[in-house]
Ligand binder design. Structure first.
Ligand SMILES: [Zn+2]
Length: 107
């Protein structure tokens, strides 16, 4: 999964095509991402006692990760994600860096 929480992404297709948002949650097993305020659906909720009256609420549903593209925080362009392995640091094993394919900046 090339996307992470808090990434800014642009939607490539569907009803929110062209809109951007921030990833709230990544669902790797479903290959989906949840973006705040995007892909909203109206959900009808049943009253749950006096405090929760029920009605229609809008909830965001996860989008397939293939339907969004990362927006690079450095150059602001829609981009693909590449990886660069930092071989200098041998102590910390997790040194694989994500890089922007357009400006090569680490993300
Ligand atoms: Zn970039």
């Amino acid at each position: 999964m090339k996307l992470k929480k808090d990434d800014r992404v642009v939607v490539l297709g569907g009803k929110d095509k062209g809109r951007t948002g921030k990833i709230e949650k990544v669902l790797p097993r479903q290959a989906k991402v949840l973006i705040a305020g995007l892909n909203l659906f109206k959900k009808h909720v049943r009253p749950q006692g006096e405090r929760q009256p029920g009605g229609v609420v809008e909830i965001a549903k996860p989008l397939p990760a293939s339907r969004v593209a990362l927006v690079c925080p450095k150059c602001g362009q829609r981009t693909r994600v590449g990886y660069r392995v930092n071989q200098v640091d041998r102590v910390n094993r997790d040194t694989k860096l994500r890089i922007c394919k357009k400006c090569q900046a680490a993300i």
